[in-house]
Design a protein around this ligand. Structure first.
Ligand code: GRG
Length: 267
């Protein structure tokens, strides 16, 4: 199966499972469930849950036992996007080509829809029965992870803090890369893989996550590009992508899907 077909297949199963987990729009109080579903469907690329599944497969995993965690991670990603678009954060009116959640439902409901998705994520992840995963994911998205990255980004954008080079690396790592890291790593934890394999998946995810952010900066002429310029940003992205792929060597052919996904991100 080629990688495009693999992605379509995985996206379909992820969407079906998310639909199963999300409360129906007809369930009271309807407005919050409509807002949550509005932000999850139609989805974006679903990269993070696909990383979880492909990480699971790289460790020899088969079947659908990675699905609760994969979908939980996508619910978390959806929550960060809703909150990031709010007027008190990035103040974006549009997301994925349609009105941002707060433009459609109001700030109050959008804030709570984000909270609802985050809470539902942990209910779903708990279905995996794996306490280690709950710990890892909590750590990754907490104040020393994604939230910390968002705080640093806010500080960098205001006059409260002068942006330093080290600071931008902290932002890219925490705001974006740690969720990729924990997504890939979780696949190995679910399969009960060796420490070496789990670490390799985490290192792969973190490096490709920073690459992903640098490529986004290049597209928006923002972030890292502001400090280092396009040439150096491109060089850094290439170096990180290559480091990411090197971490997959220990899996041999079993990591081909992750390798192909990394190549697609960098294409
Ligand atoms: C609100 C706690 C909190 C955190 C927000 C992830 C994040 C932190 C903000 C999102 C805004 C942003 C532009 C982040 C950079 C990473 C990025 C390009 C995210 C978009 O991810 P994609 O491209 O989105 O995977 P899709 O639409 O495909 O799901």
């Amino acid at each position: 199966m080629d990688i495009e077909k693999y992605i379509v297949d995985k996206k379909n199963i992820i969407d079906k499972t998310l639909d199963k987990y999300l409360p129906k729009s007809s369930l009271k109080p309807q407005v919050i469930h409509r807002a949550m579903r509005y932000s999850v469907f139609p989805g974006g690329k679903r990269i993070r849950p696909i990383f979880t599944i492909a990480g699971f497969e790289a460790c020899g995993g088969k079947g659908d036992s990675a699905m609760p965690v994969a979908c939980g991670i996508e619910l978390i990603h959806s929550y960060t996007l809703i909150h990031d678009d709010l007027p008190c954060m990035d103040n974006d009116d549009f997301r994925r080509g349609k009105q941002a959640c707060h433009k459609k439902f109001g700030e109050d409901i959008a804030l709570l829809a984000g909270d609802g998705l985050l809470t539902l994520a942990f209910q779903v992840i708990a279905e995996s029965g794996n306490i280690d995963i709950i710990k890892e994911i909590s750590k990754a998205i907490g104040t020393c992870g994604v939230i910390g990255g968002q705080v640093a980004d806010i500080m960098a954008q205001s006059s409260r803090f002068k942006v330093q080079r080290k600071h931008i690396e902290y932002i890219n790592l925490n705001k974006t890369a740690v969720l990729f890291e924990v997504a890939a790593k979780s696949g190995g934890i679910i399969k009960d893989a060796s420490k070496k394999e789990i670490n390799a998946l985490g290192n792969f995810g973190r490096n490709i996550g920073v690459t992903f952010q640098l490529l986004d900066d290049l597209k928006d002429k923002d972030g890292y590009v502001n400090l280092y310029g396009e040439k150096r940003t491109k060089e850094k992205a290439e170096k990180l992508a290559s480091a990411a792929k090197n971490h997959l060597k220990i899996f041999g052919k079993k990591a081909n899907r992750l390798l192909e996904l990394a190549n697609l991100i960098c294409a």
